[in-house]
Ligand binder design. Sequence first.
Ligand code: NAP
Length: 274
Amino acid sequence: MRAACVIGWPIKHSRSPLIHGYWIKRHGLDAAYRSEEVAPEAFADFIHNLPSHGYVGANITIPHKEMALELSEPDDCARAVGAANTLWLAHGRLRSTNTDVEGFTANLDDAVPGWAKRAGEAIVLGAGGSARAVVYGLIERGIDRINVVNRTVDRAHELRRRFGDAVQPADWTALPGLLARCGLLVNTTSLGMAGQPPLVIDLSPLPAHSIVTDLVYAPLKTSLLAAAEARRLATADGLGMLLHQAVRGFELWFQVRPRVTAELRELVETDLKK
Ligand code: NAP
């Protein structure tokens, strides 16, 4: 039996076992996917001995993503983003990638086909770990002006140093002016997440062709997405990204490319409501 796991500290909140467990059953595989709670001081030893723990690979979540990058052979994507969330063994070597990038772009491809052509200028709210994956994905898809708006503007400047001139750092006071010429608005901050302060933005300056997407998926319909829908703008939610980012790991470990279906979405949605 082939097995993979998600490694985090803590790990209880992860929906990865639900997603991968669904695909294992759906494809009738002799496989397993488990959660592993591993403390930072034990992480290096754990991932260097994945086979002796019974695993062919793993997803990596908070707080281990940067350490996973350092301890493995990353692909270009993980190296550029500066964090790895998926590990696999290739001919005895521990390889890594960052599937948040393709999770973000595949979700938009699914929800708003042709989005990259019509986006024009983008705004990314936030400059943390997920913003790095989003900015890399946008640049890969040809978006050449990305306004990164962050409370701590220094972190937005760090993204410019990492990704180059396509990134335009800005603070929140610049937002109304930026919205007026933006075709794609992405929230990568934790604002609007259950238990966090709300994300309060007046979307009225956004052009009518704009697309709005939120990485936050609890609640599923954030107040940002509700406000975008009220203006009849195209939207993509954070759950879609979560499901799409899981596809590549499953394929690497179990050699079957799974699909993000309405049935899977419903299963995870039901779990999120618990
Ligand atoms: P992170 O690295 O901790 O970054 C958090 C960002 O939120 C920073 O830019 C931070 O600004 C900003 N922020 C936090 N509190 C704020 C406040 N009160 N006012 C203004 N800005 C605030 O987190 P992350 O890993 O990027 O994750 C961010 C969110 O994305 C989380 O909700 C996470 O669950 C979600 N996410 C979803 C997916 C998915 O698949 N859907 C994937 C990854 C992440 P400062 O720099 O000023 O602190």
